[in-house]
Design a binder for this molecule. Structure first.
Ligand code: R5P
Length: 292
C-alpha cells in the first residue's frame, strides 16, 4: 500500500479546459479501431509524417539465403538506425535481431512455397496469433494471391489472421503478390488492393504502377509500396518518390536497400523522401554526398 502520510488533496481539475484526447487518429481508415490497434499502428507510422520506412528481409521464407542477406545478424542491425519497421520471419527476428531494439515488427506469418515450386501461390498460416503476441508483432503479414490458383486459400489465410488480429488488437498487413504469369496493371492492383482491404487488412503492401493515385484513393487503408527487383539507386529513389508523391504511406523495400553497395546510405536516402519531403533528385544528391 502507498505511503499516505502528507497526502495532497486533489483539486487541479481545470474545469474550463475541454477533454484533451479528442483528435481523430492519423492513420487512414483506423479511426474506428480500438486503442491497442492504434498503438501498434502508431509504432509503424510516424505520428509526424504519417508514413513509414519498412525494411523487408523476409525473402528467406521462400528464397532461402538471398544475395545481400547471407548474414542477417550483421545486415539488419546495421540498417536499423535508418528504418522504422523490421519485416521478417520469426526465425530471422528471434535469432538475429537484438531483443532490445526499439523498431516496430511486421511479422511474416504465411509461408508454404519455395523457389523450387512452379506455382508459388499456395501458402498456409505458419505462425499462430499467440506466437505473434510473444514476438511483440505490431502487424502480421499475410501473402494474398488474387487471381492466382491459390486465391481461395490465401483469402482464407488472410481472414483467419484478421479474425485473430481483431481478437488481440494486432493489425494485419495484406501483401498483394504478383506471380510470373499474373498481370501487373493498374486494373489488377486496383482490384487486388481493394479486395484485401475489404477483407479487413489494416495495411496493404503492393507494387507501384500507372495511375497509382487512383489505387490509393480507392483503398481505405494505408498502402506501402514494395521495392521489387534491384534497380540502379537513382531509379529506386524515383520509384520511392513517385510512390510517396502519389499517396503511398510508406515503402517496404528489401533488395533495393540490402543489395545496394551502400545499403545504409540508401536506406537514409529513402527515409528523406518518406519523412522529410525530399524529391528523388534531392535524395539522389543526398545519397551521392553520403557515399563520397
Ligand atoms: C513479398 O511478398 C515479400 O514480403 C518479399 O520478401 C519482400 O517484399 C520483397 O521485398 P523486395 O521486393 O523489396 O526485395
Amino acid at each position: 500500500m502507498a505511503d499516505t502520510d502528507g497526502l495532497k488533496v486533489a483539486k487541479n481539475y481545470q474545469i474550463e479546459v475541454p477533454f484533451a484526447n479528442q483528435t481523430p487518429f492519423y492513420v487512414k481508415g483506423a479511426n474506428n479501431l480500438d486503442w491497442g490497434m492504434k498503438k501498434h499502428l502508431s509504432n509503424i507510422f510516424d505520428p509526424k509524417s504519417g508514413r513509414t520506412v519498412m525494411f523487408a528481409f523476409d525473402h528467406g521464407y521462400f528464397m532461402g539465403s538471398t544475395a545481400g542477406l547471407e548474414r542477417l545478424d550483421l545486415v539488419v542491425p546495421k540498417l536499423m538506425p535508418a528504418i522504422d519497421v523490421l519485416m521478417g520471419t520469426r526465425g530471422a527476428i528471434r535469432s538475429c535481431i537484438p531483443a532490445d531494439c526499439k523498431k516496430a515488427i511486421a511479422l511474416r506469418v504465411s509461408s508454404g512455397s519455395s523457389m523450387l515450386n512452379e506455382d508459388l501461390s499456395h501458402e498456409i498460416i505458419a505462425v499462430d496469433i499467440e506466437d505473434s503476441i510473444r514476438m511483440n508483432a505490431d502487424c502480421i503479414a499475410v501473402q494474398t494471391f488474387i487471381g492466382a490458383d491459390g486465391q481461395l486459400s490465401s483469402i482464407d489465410n488472410l481472414s483467419q489472421c484478421i479474425n485473430a488480429g481483431l481478437r488481440y488488437s494486432i493489425p494485419v498487413l495484406g501483401v498483394v503478390a504478383v506471380g510470373k504469369d499474373m498481370e501487373r496493371t493498374d486494373r489488377f492492383f486496383k482490384l487486388a488492393t481493394r479486395i484485401v482491404a475489404e477483407m479487413g487488412a489494416n495495411i496493404i503492401k503492393t507494387y507501384y504502377c500507372e495511375n497509382f493515385e487512383e489505387i490509393v484513393a480507392a483503398c481505405p487503408v494505408p498502402i506501402v509500396v514494395a521495392g521489387g527487383k534491384k534497380l540502379p539507386e537513382r531509379e529506386a529513389l524515383t520509384l520511392a518518390y513517385n510512390s510517396i508523391s502519389k499517396g503511398a504511406s510508406g515503402l517496404d523495400m528489401g533488395r533495393n536497400i540490402f543489395q545496394s553497395e551502400h545499403s545504409l546510405e540508401m536506406a537514409y536516402s529513402i527515409r528523406k523522401i518518406v519523412h522529410e519531403g525530399f524529391t528523388d533528385k534531392e535524395a539522389w544528391e543526398f545519397y551521392q554526398d553520403s557515399i563520397n
